[in-house]
Ligand binder design. Structure first.
Ligand code: NOJ
Length: 972
């Protein structure tokens, strides 16, 4: 969110006065704009449970029936439903369904819903519909699960190796997840499971206007259903805001009353849990019971102004997923709920305890069995999908600011990049390109011929991105508004009939309800070139403000009692709202060309599954060192939560960074999956070419470094698209046995390449410490300095003067890079490769390279190139060779047959640099292809050495080998 100052010049005065009042009041105090737990009735009710649970005699009132309401025999798959009752309300019933899924190596699913309510309400049960690839994932065959029932307990044995157990204790209700006889996860061990049943308002006394909760007797509140049973020992004193809740000047009418639920989940023997993106907190989540944090991690997508760099406050996206990790196992838990959810974390002696509190919806927990991080990624991907291969150009450098003011500005910026030989793929247009912020309608005073502009940009091999926000200006001469009205796809107020209206950039606005299927094909049409005549195939889209941001709404969003398609309240679906918009735009872009092309849509808001629709970024960060430092752990957290295509505003959205800070931002950004510089409208221009040397040259070199590394990024995205494995991998993911690395969140590996990066995020730094988990040599990418890690050397010091930062290659890896600088990535497809071979102590190394046309879906039919490289040392010789990874991985030898392969058949390896050989070779020869090679030897440390120094380096020039061919280079 931003101050309105710089865009005042376009707006009628009266309108601006209103807006200034609105915006300045909503932005005055950022903390005051957002609820804390104690300002939220359901969070007060549920969080206090954990305090009451300390009392002696406290127990769970919930128990399961010994029989089944339905079982596998009836369902044809491994699914059992238990009755779940509470001693608090004998007339109220719940059901617990336990499913065992066929995909994902033994994922178990636990769902709880109220059954038999006489009231006309349902708990929201559609989060899975939007988050999962398959909303009702297939069950494993009943025969794959062994069930042993005894009085008071049901024990399920399952999983591909039959080593998983789910032990369901009936009274009190408790679930234990075990692997190989070891307890890994407990559900309701602390007796905090609670699901508030639907009740009629008549059963509770009217408690509006902050009625005095303490004065309301328990009998008054619950007498109708409970027969005057005392429930306060468990539920606490009745809360005054069960039926109507106030926050600041807003009132939430809460038509269904209380329907929150709570569950505790503990991870015994674990000291680290990760996940719950998006928060500006460390990757290994600290406790929330005092000390660093006192508030639970809040998942409620918001547009937050100047967010704090170290906080549990809610941000723009929500992924209710955790990984728990110790040196023996990994386990994951996904809670599919889209209403406001807060999670307390406590690091206890016995392990990590979590307490999940959600405002509405069914409880839908998925237990990802692990046993290691790689398996967790596959399991999560089996459920929620992966990021499709992005268009290759989208991994290049993006130049954005709020705003490039007209077409001359756009072209001039590009001209300056060219003049200074700085690569650039994409120029972005923020909201000012649109007439009165009516997205789709270009401001023709400043962009008289948008098609010509896009074509000119496209002719240079570049692309443009324009913003399309979800608020729609309420003016009858705006076709989008007209259509949305005619189709009746606008989100409704609490009466379910009247269109909801609120304020955003464009003034008085409405919001399309993307939960409504009637909006989908219409939205697709909006992006067709026949309909949006001012768009071309060079234009891609940015979906911002989709939490949604409503300037005059509660917590700068929609009222929770707004109504969506199907009659669901906004509170039920809020955290999915942004994903639905992202999804609709993604689906539209994919089909606008024939044959279909990959889309690129950047979204600010997201939920579990959003990775399927494109990239996200971390929103309005500040140009401060603290924010820059915090980005690494945020992006790592997003990555392990499936959002592998993510980035942060390089330079910081707010503020005017010093040249030193800007350079450090660029160095960090060049190693973010999504690399975009962006700045607030009030900031000074800061395109790299505006700086004097050496700053300009350092930024140029940094952007060029990104382009050199594009094959590595693209290969990492290929892996992510197949397996969900992060493109940025934290230490615990790469070394799940090294618990000393579990809390390390300021460095990471790029995909599976072995490149280890640690951005410099503080001023006046000239060296950095890097933590190394394994006993392998690491090589400085820039200097080829050699760092032999060992049991006694875990931290090494890497020089980090302004023009450099720790970028190490782990021994054992071969990096395929493209070293020639180009104007844009689209011009690099025929460029030769350099292979950097970093030998392991054992003298070997491996690497891979994935290539395709970068923009179509032909790869889905096998039209791609996936090569492997290996180096093997035996009996005094080292052989570096190339092979077809596609056939070795999935038995298909399509690599050679595809049309892409024939187009790049002549692409050569122009150079190999081999680091860490023992001795100077006597001969270097090529087999398989006739090369005319030359080689140069520089003495230095061998991979087996134990002391630091410069690595030995063998540079082989022009070996004459082609990337697509099988060849080997023998070094004797
Ligand atoms: C908020 C976004 O976070 C920011 O990146 C953008 O520049 C402004 N909206 C204006 O569109």
């Amino acid at each position: 969110m931003q101050e309105p100052r710089a865009w005042l010049w376009r707006w009628p005065l009266a309108f601006l006065l209103v807006l200034i009042t609105v915006v300045s009041t909503t932005h005055a105090a950022k903390h005051g704009d957002f609820k804390t737990c104690s300002q939220s009735s359901f969070c007060r009710r549920l969080r206090s449970l954990s305090e009451r649970a300390q009392a002696s005699g406290f127990h769970s009132p919930y128990s399961l029936g010994d029989g089944y309401l339905s079982d596998a025999a009836q369902q044809g798959g491994a699914s059992w439903t238990f009755s779940l009752d509470t001693e608090l309300y004998p007339d109220i019933h719940f059901a617990l369904t336990v499913d065992f899924l066929s995909k994902g190596d033994g994922i178990a699913r636990l769902r709880v819903d109220e059954v038999g309510s006489k009231l006309p309400w349902k708990r929201y049960n559609e989060a899975a519909k939007w988050a999962l690839v398959d909303p009702e994932p297939a069950l494993t065959a009943v025969g794959n699960v062994k069930k042993v029932s005894s009085k008071g307990q049901t024990r399920f044995t399952y999983g591909v190796n039959s080593d998983l157990e789910l032990i369901v204790d009936h009274a009190p209700f408790k679930v234990t997840f075990r692997r190989s006889g070891e307890d890994i996860m407990y559900i309701n061990e602390r007796n905090l499971f609670h699901m508030e049943h639907f009740r009629s308002k008549a059963e509770t006394p009217a408690q509006v206007d902050g009625g005095d909760a303490a004065a309301v007797s328990e009998q008054q509140v619950f007498s109708a259903t409970s027969g005057k049973k005392d429930t306060t020992w468990f539920e606490g004193e009745p809360d005054a805001e069960l039926w109507e809740e106030r926050f600041s000047k807003w009132t939430d009418s809460k038509p269904k009353g209380p329907e929150a639920f709570s569950v505790d989940i503990s991870f015994p023997g674990v000291e680290h849990i990760f996940g719950l993106a998006e928060h500006a907190s460390p990757l290994s989540l600290p406790s929330t019971d005092g000390g660093r944090y006192t508030e639970p991690y809040r998942l409620w997508n918001v547009d937050i102004f100047e967010y704090e760099h170290d906080s549990t406050m809610a941000l723009y996206g929500a992924i209710p997923l955790v990984h728990a990790q110790n040196t023996k196992h990994s386990v994951g838990l996904l809670s599919l709920v889209a209403s406001e959810t807060l999670v307390d974390v406590v690091h206890a002696k016995s392990g990590v305890q979590t307490h999940w509190m959600s405002e509405s919806g069914i409880m839908d927990l998925l237990i990802l069995p692990g046993p290691d991080p790689a398996s967790l990624f596959k399991q999560y991907a089996a459920l929620t999908g992966t990021t499709d291969l992005p268009p290759q150009w989208s991994l290049g450098y993006h130049q954005c600011r709020w705003n490039y003011i007209d077409d001359t500005d756009v072209l001039e910026v590009q001209r300056r990049f060219d003049e200074e030989d700085i690569p650039l793929d994409v120029t972005w247009l923020d909201i000012e390109y649109a007439e009165e912020h009516r997205y789709f309608d270009w401001d023709k005073k400043h962009f008289p011929d948008p098609v010509k502009l896009q074509n000119e940009v496209g002719a240079k091999g570049r692309k443009m991105v324009a913003i399309v926000d979800p608020h729609i200006k309420r003016t009858d001469d705006f076709r989008i508004y007209k259509d949305a009205q005619d189709k009746n796809v606008i989100t409704k107020k609490s009466d379910g009939k009247t269109n909801f209206e609120g304020w955003c950039w464009t003034g008085s606005s409405v919001w399309v309800d993307f939960f409504n299927p009637a909006s989908w094909s219409w939205w697709k049409d909006m992006f067709s070139f026949n309909v949006w005549k001012d768009s071309t195939k060079f234009l891609f889209i940015w979906n911002d403000m989709n939490e949604p941001s409503v300037f005059d709404g509660p917590e700068i969003s929609m009222p929770r009692d707004n109504v969506h398609h199907g009659g669901w309240e906004h509170r039920d679906v809020h955290n999915i709202n942004g994903m639905m918009f992202h999804r609709a735009t993604h689906d539209a872009l994919v089909v606008r060309e024939e044959p279909a092309k990959r889309s690129f849509v950047l979204s600010r808001s997201f939920f579990a599954g959003s990775q399927r629709y494109g990239a996200i970024w971390t929103g309005d960060n500040m140009g401060t060192w603290d924010h820059m430092a915090g980005e690494t752990s945020m992006l790592l957290s997003l990555n392990i939560c499936g959002m592998t295509f993510c980035g942060a505003d390089v330079g910081g959205f707010f503020g005017n960074p010093s040249p030193e800070m800007l350079i450090r931002w660029y160095q960090a950004g060049a190693f973010m999956p999504f690399f975009r510089a962006h700045a607030h409208i009030d900031t000074k221009r800061r395109e790299p070419y505006l700086y004097e040397d050496p700053y300009k040259s350092i930024m140029r070199d940094t952007i060029r470094l990104r382009y050199t590394m594009l094959p590595i990024w693209y290969t990492a995205f290929h892996e992510a698209s197949r397996t969900g494995t992060p493109t940025m991998r934290p230490q615990y993911v790469v070394f799940p046995k090294d618990d000393k690395g579990f809390a390390v969140d300021d460095q990471y590996y790029v995909g599976g390449s072995g490149l280890l990066v640690k951005p410099v995020t503080a001023p006046s730094v000239d060296s950095s410490q890097v933590y190394l988990s394994d006993n392998q040599p690491y090589y400085n990418y820039f200097t080829h300095h050699f760092y032999p890690a060992s049991d006694s050397v875990r931290n090494v010091t890497v020089p980090s003067p302004l023009e450099s930062f720790p970028l190490l290659v782990q021994g054992g890896n071969i990096l395929p890079i493209r070293a020639r600088a180009r104007r844009a990535s689209t011009l690099m497809w025929r460029d030769p490769f350099t292979l950097v071979v970093a030998l392991r102590r054992q003298g070997d190394a491996q690497g891979e390279l994935y290539l395709d046309d970068g923009e179509s879906f032909a790869y889905a039919n096998g039209d791609y190139v996936w090569r492997g490289f290996r180096a093997v040392s035996e009996r005094g010789q080292t052989v570096v060779s190339s092979f077809d990874k596609a056939s070795s991985e999935n038995g298909s030898a399509l690599t050679r047959l595809g049309s892409w392969a024939s187009q790049i058949a002549d692409v050569h390896v122009e150079k190999l640099v081999i680091l860490g050989l023992e001795t100077k070779p006597t001969s270097v020869t090529v087999e398989g292809e006739a090369g005319d090679l030359a080689w140069v030897w520089e003495d230095g440390c061998a991979a087996t050495d134990k002391a630091e120094g410069t690595a030995s380096r063998l540079t082989i020039k022009a070996p004459g080998v082609r990337v697509l061919r099988e060849w080997s280079i023998r070094i004797v």
